[in-house]
Design a protein around this ligand. Structure first.
Ligand code: MLT
Length: 255
């Protein structure tokens, strides 16, 4: 079973899934804000935080492990948000367990599969990790996820420290899993659920124009532009993220 934390006592549940080289703590600001309104569950994906490495794991299997956490806690339906890699898992969850969702949230994430160029980059990441170790990788990778003017802020250092807690083999397995994931454009159209898109307008990993195009495929989409964010809106614009998650969740629950 994946490691997870649960907060709040509402009957309605928000689940938050972190991204690559992160863990549940990346959502501390969101948990602090949302727990008075919703039950909030933050889950460490395989190989990150306190969850074990799962050799050969796929994004679809990660989604199944998330579903097992919900079943173990008798949660029949939830709102599921994922940051970046967590969004890939959330999309797979929506594809497999649509009936368990009230709404889906993609935060600095995309329904597109990896391009061949991105796959090559991931192979280089794996080589770098094997050659130089996780600490060197995390120190070079994490600051570039933030806007240049944010890179000296204390939260970047916290993300580096949390990233270094990830297991090397967990990072490698996650990179391989992301490389193999399918495109989920059809999922966006077919799930017939409200979908939240948190778009970092200066994101170097996820192109905002691609996300606007993806939002147009959904039956109901809420697009939030984070104008002062690169890839990490939980830290770069936490209040906007908190407020828009809450309003989206309220909409989904009451519609
Ligand atoms: C993440 O933040 O989860 C990753 O950068 C996503 C990715 O590399 O596709």
């Amino acid at each position: 079973m994946l490691h997870y934390k649960m907060y709040g006592s509402s009957t309605n549940t928000i689940v938050l899934l972190h991204g690559f080289c992160e863990n549940n703590t990346c959502f501390n600001e969101q948990v602090f804000f949302l727990k008075d309104h919703y039950k909030v569950i933050t889950i460490d994906l395989p190989g990150f935080g306190n969850s074990e490495v799962e050799p050969g794991v796929t994004i679809d299997q990660m989604a199944k492990m998330v579903q097992m956490v919900l079943v173990a806690n008798n949660i029949e339906k939830c709102l599921l948000f994922g940051h970046s890699m967590g969004g890939y898992v959330a999309l797979s969850f929506a594809n497999q367990f649509n009936f368990m969702l009230l709404g889906l949230g993609l935060i600095n994430s995309t329904a597109a599969a990896d391009t061949s160029e991105r796959k090559e980059k991931r192979k280089k990441v794996i080589e770098f990790l094997l050659g130089h170790g996780k600490e060197a990788y995390i120190k070079s990778f994490i600051p570039g996820l933030f806007l240049p003017e944010n890179q000296n802020k204390p939260y970047v250092n916290k993300c580096i420290i949390q990233g270094i807690h990830s297991k090397s083999s967990g990072i490698i397995e996650a990179a391989k899993a992301m490389m193999k994931r399918p495109n989920h454009y059809d999922t966006l159209a077919k799930i017939n659920l409200p979908v939240y898109f948190g778009v970092g307008m200066h994101d170097a990993i996820i192109n905002p124009d691609d996300i606007f195009e993806q939002a147009a495929r959904c039956n109901i989409a809420k697009v939030v532009r984070f104008n002062k964010t690169a890839h990490m809106c939980m830290f770069e614009e936490p209040e906007l993220l908190n407020n828009t998650i809450l309003s989206f969740a309220d909409y989904c629950v009451n519609r």
